[in-house]
Design a protein around this ligand. Sequence first.
Ligand code: A3P
Length: 301
Amino acid sequence: IMRPVTSPHQLRLYKGNWINQFFLRGALAMQQHFKSRPTDIFLASYPKSGTTWLKAMIFATMTRTSYPLDQHPLCTHNPHQCISSMEKEFSIGNSQIIEAIPSPRVMNTHLQYSVLPESITNPDCRIIYVWRDPKDVLVSEWYFVKKIYMDVDEKATFDQFYELFCQGVGPFGSIWNHVLGYWKESKLRPEKILFLKYKHILQEPVKYAKKLAHFVGCPYSKAEENQGVIEQIVELCSFKKLKELDVNKGGESVTNDVHISYADFFRKGEVGDWKNHMTTEMAERLDAITKEKFKGSGIEI
Ligand code: A3P
């Protein structure tokens, strides 16, 4: 089917979820050709859940001793230039970019867990998953796709978009299936899958920066802690800092004629913006879906 509002790409049903055919092509190519390495780290997320932020945090953490932090590549590069999106590169036949990354590689995917190639779900690889209140994801996605694809359907309304989101009709399928897929696996293999929530990182960034550093295998030393390095990394990757950088104000990425301004990855960076966009009824219905879908899973809503 064609999803109005969001993209010129058709959506297809694959393994029980909708997926845009551009990314399905990438996913199938990954299943055929991607070879993981035991040291690989994958950042997985449903779009608009904090991917850009986590890319910055992971990249800054792992490269923090290679540069003075005030001359770090993140000051001149958008986080998406630092960590590649796998299904995008595989879809456009650019898999050599992924193969050329020196170990330990960090890559990003928005694919549902059930769609990942076995080479990734292989027990050696580590996965960092970030999720966010579906109400905030919906609002964030609405602004993002309007900026990128509005010429596809100028009359599309937030209400239509909301309905499709509730039905799991989107480029990476149902957000609830997405979160559940990674959650269940993180319960089975907690040492390999770090399951994080956007809101928690925003509340306690230093605590989560430490967690991330430990998980990716480069924990902070006592000396670094005493010198305030963790706080500096958090500051370097903060919404305010990244949004103000020239590269993130003026740069853009272009894939198959789709232009994405880097500025569009930095909108509000808050929890609860849904309150400014949804009626109480809409919010309650979405919360009810979340409650129902997550029932019995143990995920803290
Ligand atoms: P909002 O649209 O609610 O502001 P993704 O990177 O997965 O596409 O998610 C984008 C969302 O993360 C946007 O949410 C964006 O503003 C927010 N974001 C980007 N960088 C951030 C940062 N450094 N800290 C907190 N939130 C950030």
